[in-house]
Ligand binder design. Structure first.
Ligand SMILES: [Fe+2]
Length: 322
């Protein structure tokens, strides 16, 4: 479907800064209730894109190193390469780590990744606390998002929207439209545009994020825990054939045992389904439900025909909102 794409600029995004005095706005700005995105202005922490490119290039030419790294997480693997064979999946390679998984890697891989891991840890130290505080403020007086985020349920993802070794190099599908499952996502880009945000007031209208912006997107858990006061951002990545793009993504989610329902003290602004308002499900369950669909989109897991009823967001909207 054709959609208009406008470019949004960080300096043109007017955000109501209803933050607490102790939030350092020189490093972070605040997620807005009106706009489900925000930008980190002049980030002090920069992603090491040269090291990230070297890593992907090395792995492409050293399959035995890929095997060694993937064996540290045999359930799903760490480097995802479905795009090599599947022309309909997202045409990208991803490398997924978590703070808990780094120690399982072979020593040589840990060394190769040290600059990248150091970057992710520095980014988390610099931004996670302030952004959780911003989310607390948006969720309402006395609400404490930090209490639901004590176990570093984070994921570190590297993306290579590559030009070589993919099944469909002419495809414009880098990453299909979706909403992240967690609380918020920080995306560092290498300067190449491609990330687009759906305009909440005009679904199927997409805004192109500047390629050098560091952007924060709210996810489903933020929307639920805040009683709908934080809006989750639907987004996608468009490829330009022949143009390589790299990104580094920090996903922050609530602890897996947190109940998937508005936090204590939150006054919801829209009604939830009984399944959500009763608090019978937890974040671990939600991650599994979402993960099945995102692995299908990325080409890493098949779903039987009959189980595919709509888009991931259609299914989750029905599950969450009454
Ligand atoms: Fe995403």
């Amino acid at each position: 479907m054709a959609a208009s794409v406008a470019t949004i600029s960080p300096i043109n995004v007017a955000l109501p800064h209803n933050h607490q005095e102790d939030v350092d706005t020189t490093t972070t700005t605040i997620l807005s209730p009106d706009l489900p995105i925000d930008f980190i202005q002049d980030p002090t922490v920069k992603a090491p894109f040269e090291a990230i490119q070297r890593l992907f290039d090395h792995l492409r030419s050293h399959p035995s190193d890929v095997d060694a790294i993937n064996s540290a997480y045999p359930k799903r693997g760490i480097l995802k390469t479905a795009a090599v064979l599947n022309p309909k999946s997202d045409q990208k390679f991803t490398f997924d780590l978590s703070p808990h998984r780094v120690d399982c890697l072979p020593g040589e891989a840990q060394q190769r990744l040290s600059e990248i891991i150091t970057f992710f840890e520095a980014a988390a130290s610099a931004y996670v606390e302030d952004l959780l505080s911003a989310c607390s403020n948006l969720a309402g007086p006395g609400v404490d998002m930090a209490k639901a985020h004590t176990n570093r349920n984070w994921n570190f993802r590297l993306c290579d929207y590559a030009t070589e070794n993919i099944a469909n190099p002419e495809s414009d599908n880098g990453c299909g439209a979706h909403t992240d499952y967690g609380t918020f996502t920080i995306i560092f880009q290498d300067g190449t545009p491609g990330l687009e945000i759906e305009d909440p007031s005009a679904p199927t209208g997409w805004s192109l994020v500047p390629g050098d912006a560091t952007i924060v997107l709210a996810g489903w858990c933020a929307a639920i825990l805040s009683g709908g006061r934080i809006r989750a951002a639907r987004h996608r990545v468009r490829r330009v054939p022949g143009v390589r793009r790299l990104s580094a993504v920090l996903f922050v989610a609530p602890d897996l045992d947190v109940k998937l329902t508005p936090l204590p003290g939150v006054k919801p602004v829209r009604p939830f389904t009984e399944r959500i308002s009763s608090g019978e499900e937890d974040v671990a369950w939600f991650k599994e439900v979402m993960g099945k669909r995102w692995r299908h989109r990325e080409g890493n897991e098949d779903i039987p025909e009959g189980e595919l009823t709509g888009s991931q967001d259609d299914d989750i909207n029905k599950l969450v909102w009454a």
